[in-house]
Write a protein that binds this ligand. Structure first.
Ligand code: ADP
Length: 164
């Protein structure tokens, strides 16, 4: 039976770590929906609009035919229900991610028992990567090119420098 996975996040902006999780999910599942959740935690500090975030994700996943990009403003468990999703994929970087992610997984299971949360270990080279770290380093003049997907790195960097 065909399996649908959701990769949710704020993706503000997408990093090499996010893309690694999306690519690996695309190998495991028939259909992958990357969903920009605009209610997602750091909402007030967002740098890129939801449309910009979606466009950046589309540009670096265009070679993956089973990946689509969407956004949502509500509850992830409800979104998963509407999409008939089987799995929510979350990337885990370190123990520090675990408690919060575990709590979210249990909550989502209560709200929608049809969906399973699967944790994927971050690639060793991405363990320290986060959108907020990239924003901070870039604003202070550091080169963040290696941490960003190649297709979108210069646009992200230009945009972050503009909004300094
Ligand atoms: P961030 O913490 O960078 O703001 P998001 O909130 O957009 O990221 O996270 C979306 C998903 O991507 C979460 O499941 C998160 O654990 C995962 N993720 C974020 N950064 C990485 C990374 N460097 N490697 C693997 N997974 C990651």
């Amino acid at each position: 039976m065909s399996k649908t996975a959701i990769c949710p996040g704020s993706f503000d902006p997408i990093t090499g770590g996010h893309l690694d999780i999306i690519r690996r999910s695309a190998k495991l599942f028939d259909r992958v929906i990357v969903v920009v959740m605009s209610n997602y935690r750091k909402v007030n500090n967002s740098c890129f609009s939801v449309d910009e975030r979606m466009e950046l994700i589309r540009r670096c996943t265009k070679d993956l035919p089973n990946v689509e990009v969407d956004c949502d403003f509500g509850l992830l468990a409800e979104y998963a229900r509407r999409k008939n999703a089987d799995v929510i994929v979350k990337g885990l970087r370190a123990v520090s991610d675990f408690e919060d992610e575990f709590q979210q997984a249990l909550t989502n299971k209560k709200l929608n028992s049809a969906v399973e949360t699967v944790f994927m270990a971050a690639g060793a080279e991405n363990m320290f990567l986060s959108s907020s770290m990239i924003k901070q380093v870039c604003r202070l003049g550091g080169d963040v090119t290696p941490f960003l997907p190649e297709e979108v790195s210069s646009d992200i960097i230009d945009r972050l420098r503009e909004t300094e």
